[in-house]
Design a protein. Structure first.
Length: 178
């Protein structure tokens, strides 16, 4: 997996001061996407163990609330295996830091895609295998006609901010509340 950049002190990609990993590669191609440079899976820098160490070092700072994964598309099948490794490692090392993930998939699509996977987490994790390690999911493709700059941490009104763990517990979408 490649990535475009790491923001080490972001306040616009989730709540609190965050480390943001911008992954490369997206096949959704939302009209007027804010990051079209992230669409190419071959652009950017290869994600290595040194990259992981850089993220963990940044997350060790007490003022960093957590990690945000954006892009590009972290849940794309080409990115999901590495993203799964990342979220597992972050949760193991920093169980009290939260993980936010932006995806062009809706929650319902993630659940439906998961039903078609037989070999979870082994060779090709489903999007849900990744999402289970996250705290907050901003779901849905950006829709330019529904752009609303007054909304916190998302670009269009169709996108939802979902509390992942509560949604999994209750088997339905539970919106995140600060």
């Amino acid at each position: 997996m490649n990535y475009e950049k790491i923001d080490k002190c972001s306040v616009s990609n989730g709540i609190g001061v965050r480390t943001v990993l911008w992954v490369s590669g997206c096949d959704i191609h939302c009209h007027n996407c804010q990051n079209p440079q992230t669409w190419d899976f071959n652009s950017g820098i290869p994600f290595t163990e040194d990259t992981m160490q850089e993220i963990l070092e940044d997350l060790s700072k007490p003022y960093i609330k957590g990690l945000t994964l954006s892009g590009g598309h972290p849940l794309d099948p080409q990115n999901a295996p590495k993203v799964l490794e990342i979220v597992k490692r972050v949760k193991m090392v920093f169980p009290n830091k939260d993980i936010w993930l932006y995806t062009g998939y809706t929650w319902e699509q993630i659940i439906e895609i998961d039903k078609s996977y037989e070999d979870h987490e082994v060779n090709s994790p489903s999007p849900l295998d990744v999402v289970k390690f996250c705290d907050v999911l901003v779901d849905g493709a950006y829709v330019d006609e529904l752009r609303d700059i007054s909304l916190p941490v998302r670009g269009s009104s169709i996108q939802r901010i979902i509390d992942v763990q509560k949604s999994l517990e209750q088997n339905k979408v539970i919106l995140w509340q600060e």
